[in-house]
Design a protein around this ligand. Structure first.
Ligand code: UT7
Length: 337
């Protein structure tokens, strides 16, 4: 039997809307304060999409950067996976990204797993490479949850922001692997803790027939339940991923978690004995951008030359579903600085 094909993570990209909304601006219409939001979440400001912005455009910008940084031509891309819960088109926004890039040989489709979406998409993409089905894959995580929150509900709307991030993944040279281990979990029994559920409305077609009408309710969340779930389950999956790889927490270069709450980042790091200096965080500037948080943070850290080729990263996504997972990643490729 031939050895499994290795994975290399060779490019990243990110894009966010230009409009910055500070905590103080939120308190213009909400009974909230900068002090409350900062102390409970670590968030100072977020980017909010205006009517001119689109998920497809931000995703395409992020994907284009990842493609260029990986040094690929658009026609070399085999697959584009777009993790999102807020597509511009419910039939899928990935084809629009494919068209914008001119990646005409790629198959492109969406994957929905809320805040775990990017990590699940990365793990899914890896299977296509390992099986020999694809050579080059773009994995995009993007969400515009500002379009789906209730802007009068201070318990949820202050948490979220908009953005997109992308990673280029390709077949690795022999002896290299950028995805060491992975764990994925779902507990659908607790799906109502965090949901953007169908709005049950109907339309009368004639006196014997009422059809349903498409539509969704704004995001609802039991914040405390989700918080407890995250601080309990995320350390467990990360520990499992480390154990599977035979790696200790001390060997990690970075902890890259879904950016939901600074207190969750600190609690998980503490449970694993990872020093604060190794915990990546950009919550302060972007809030929770759902499927975009991990690639957005990754791209910033790569651009700042904090994450460098060969660095070992423990990553975990968690959120609605409930869904959660972890992966141990090695950034870059052997011939890169
Ligand atoms: O990406 C998916 C994953 N999502 C998460 O991981 C979110 C996890 N949950 C959390 O991060 C936290 O639970 C929150 C940040 C959402 C809330 O923090 P908390 O410390 O759990 O606050 P709380 O819900 O217990 O609320 C405490 C108080 C309440 O007032 P009373 O009942 O004690 O009088 C709330 O009404 O804070 C009040 N409150 C606010 N006050 C000012 C809630 N939201 C706000 C607000 N501004 N925005």
């Amino acid at each position: 039997m031939s050895a499994a094909v290795g994975i290399a993570l060779t490019g990243s990209g990110a894009a966010t809307p230009a409009r910055v909304v500070t905590n103080d601006e939120l308190s213009l219409w909400l009974d909230t304060s900068d002090a409350w939001i900062r102390s409970r979440t670590g968030i100072a400001e977020r980017r909010i999409a205006t009517v001119e912005d689109s998920l497809e455009s931000l995703s395409s910008q992020a994907a284009q950067q990842a493609l260029e940084r990986a040094g690929w031509r658009p026609d070399q891309v085999d697959l584009i996976l777009l993790a999102t819960s807020s597509p511009d088109d419910l039939f899928g926004s990935a084809p629009a990204v494919q068209a914008a890039l001119g990646a005409n040989n790629a198959v492109a489709f969406d994957l929905t797993a809320a805040c775990s979406g990017f990590l699940f998409a990365l793990i899914t993409a890896a299977q296509y490479i390992r099986s020999g089905t694809c050579q080059r894959v773009l994995v995009v995580g993007a969400d515009l949850l500002s379009r789906w929150v209730d802007w009068q509900d201070r318990r949820t709307c202050v948490l979220f922001g908009d953005g997109a991030g992308a990673v280029a993944m390709e077949v690795a040279p022999e002896g290299w692997d950028g995805l060491l281990t992975m764990v994925m979990r779902t507990d659908g029994r607790r799906r109502s803790c965090l949901a953007m559920a169908r709005q049950a409305t109907s339309q009368v077609l004639h006196d014997q027939l009422q059809a349903g009408l498409g539509g969704f309710r704004p995001i609802s969340m039991d914040g405390q339940e989700v918080y407890k779930f995250a601080v309990q389950q995320v350390p467990l999956v990360l520990t499992q991923a480390l154990k599977q790889a035979g790696i200790t927490a001390e060997q990690l270069d970075w902890l890259l978690l879904h950016q939901a709450n600074e207190r969750i980042l600190a609690s998980v790091a503490q449970r694993l004995g990872i020093p604060a200096a190794k915990v990546l965080s950009n919550l302060e500037n972007y809030g929770n951008t759902s499927a975009a948080t991990i690639p957005l943070m990754l791209h910033e850290a790569v651009m700042a030359q904090r994450i460098r080729s060969g660095h070992l990263i423990a990553s975990s996504g968690f959120g609605a579903g409930l869904s959660w997972g972890a992966a141990l990643l090695r950034w870059g490729r052997p011939d890169a600085p």
